[in-house]
Every structure is written in C-alpha cells, then in structure tokens.
Ligand binder design. Structure first.
Ligand code: G3P
Length: 212
C-alpha cells in the first residue's frame, strides 16, 4: 500500500520522506501553506518526493477545470490532477486521462461515483472515510464496496483511502488491500510509534546501567 502525506508543509514532507510515496493536497491545505501563488510550492514539493503529488483544481466548471488541470500538470510530471467526483469532474477526468495526465477523483462518497471514476480512466479514486463516519455512515464499508467492484471488474484505478482519522483506518484500509492511503503527519507519526516500544527501551537502558 502506497502512503501519501496529506499536507503541503515542506518540513513535514522532508522529515517523513523515508516513509512516503507522494503527497496529496486539497484547497484547504494549499491555502494554509501557499501564500500568494501555488506554483513554486508545488514545484518544491515535487522535488522532495519520488511519486505523485495530488493538486486539486479550484473551479467546478468543465472548461475551467480542463484549463486548470492542464496548467497544473504542466508544472511537474509528478503532479496528479485532483478533480471532484461530479459529472463535470468525471468528464474532465476522461479528457485528461486520454492526454496521459494522472488524475485523482476526490470527494468520493458512493460506490457508483467510484465506478464512474474507473470508467473515466482515473488514476486514483479517493473515498473520504472520516467525513462519512462523521455524517453517521460507515466510511470503511464504502472502501470495501469499491474494492469489491474494482476487483470484480478488473479496473486499474487505485483506491486512495482519504480523510483518515485514526491508525485503525490505516490498518483496515491495508487489510482491505487498497493501493494507497493518505494520512496527516499526525497519523503517520502514530503509525511509526508505540508507547510500549518506548517503555521497553527505557527498561532495557536502565537494566543495562544497573548490570554494569
Ligand atoms: O485531502 C483529502 C482528505 O484526506 C481530507 O481529509 O480530514 O479534511 O476530511 P479531512
């Protein structure tokens, strides 16, 4: 399972570089870290990772999204154009896929949106686990349904588990067998640590001192 870091913070991207396959952003994240224009930050992030960097279009209109998507893709070959799972977003996905541009269909909340994303040639589809859970639904059940649909139909679109709120979401997504998950720096840190490992190290260090 590929791990993407859901941030535009270059310090975090550098720090966790050994564990990540790429980066995902969204307009909320970009507005937090890119002050005037986004291009130089996108280039900087692309220089720090080996895989895709998802950058989302701002417009929601077909013609504007196509223009924006092509512009984003021209910044760096690692840019993956993030598009909403809307009728227009899916149409743009189809056009960009034909041009060989990587796409990430975001804000996916239903199996049929994921089915359509695969049919339009999306590179990734991002089901939002946490936001579904927040709304009283079962985010992981959606991921399971999409996985079943993709396996049964042999679609190549990669499921990118998004809106992850806990390490349990990471574990369950990996058990389902999704191709990728995006996590915040906070969740990635939790994936790399365990209090009993720290406690055990402390005990070993003390015992070593006493034994000397
Ligand atoms: O970037 C997509 C997704 O991971 C956002 O998550 O926490 O804003 O629901 P969240």
């Amino acid at each position: 399972m590929k791990i993407f870091l859901d941030t535009a913070n270059v310090e975090d991207i550098s720090f966790y570089g050994d564990f990540i396959d790429g980066v995902t952003t969204n307009p909320t994240i970009m507005s937090k870290y890119a002050h005037s224009e986004h291009t130089s930050l996108i280039r900087q992030i692309c220089g720090l990772v080996s895989g895709h960097v998802s950058v989302e279009v701002i417009s929601s209109d077909f013609n504007e999204m196509i223009k924006e998507g092509r512009q984003l893709a021209s910044i760096d070959s690692k840019v993956c154009v993030k598009l909403p799972c809307t009728l227009d977003g899916l149409k743009v996905c189809k056009r960009l896929s034909i041009d060989g541009i990587a796409t990430n269909l975001t804000l996916c909340f239903s199996p049929t949106q994921a089915l359509m994303a695969a049919k339009c040639g999306a590179t990734y589809v991002s089901p939002f686990i946490g936001r579904l859970d927040d709304a009283g639904h079962d985010g992981l059940a959606l991921v399971e349904d999409i996985s079943d649909i993709y396996n049964a139909n042999e679609y190549e679109t990669i499921i990118l588990a998004a809106s992850i709120r806990s390490i349990n979401h990471v574990i369950q997504a990996a058990m389902i067998g999704v191709g990728a998950a995006t996590v915040s720096p906070k969740i990635l840190k939790q994936c790399l640590e365990h209090p009993l490992t720290d406690k055990g190290l402390e005990i070993f260090a003390n015992d070593w001192k006493v034994g000397k």
